[in-house]
Design a protein around this ligand. Sequence first.
Ligand code: FMN
Length: 167
Amino acid sequence: MQKQVEYSDAIKTKYPEQVVIVIAKDQDGKANPVTLGWTMITSGNPPMMAIAVAKKHYSVQAINHSQCFTICYPSSEMGDAALFFGSKSGRDIDKLAEFECNTEPAEKIDSVLLSDAAANFECKLVSQTEAGDHFIFVGEIVCSHMNNESKKRLYTIAPGHKLGSAS
Ligand SMILES: Cc1cc2nc3c(=O)[nH]c(=O)nc-3n(C[C@H](O)[C@H](O)[C@H](O)COP(=O)(O)O)c2cc1C
């Protein structure tokens, strides 16, 4: 049996929600990481993933410029990085210069990988669609990486950007 409630109440049942960090280079070559929860796999063959980025975010400009981006699955130890990258804008600061985080160059696209993440996916931009106040970017995965060590992924486990591991 269901009761009708406000959207803002019903949507609170979504947790845990996966967290990704997406990185795209801007017109000055600065790699800009942004934390996102709204993401999904959209195709298995070829492998593709989608991300929803608010229209006002600097990342929109960076993705449009470079036409590619990295999708990182942060490990459960990377909560501080995810909160930093998800609360500051690349419009104002160089996030990777201000928050110490190990990176390495991507192999097939002009971007970087987060070395301590559970996994990294290099994506070439395939499409961009308007969806309300966000753009949905779909990327084809052209190269995949995973950590040498077994890492748990980071999730949002409760409202207010409370981060942790899901199990
Ligand atoms: C856990 C978490 C999840 C987030 N999910 C999204 C999301 O799915 N889409 C989005 O546009 N912003 C999301 N944000 C907010 C952006 O990461 C944040 O506004 C960021 O500062 C934008 O950076 P930019 O201006 O450099 O692109 C999230 C933030 C956090 C901490």
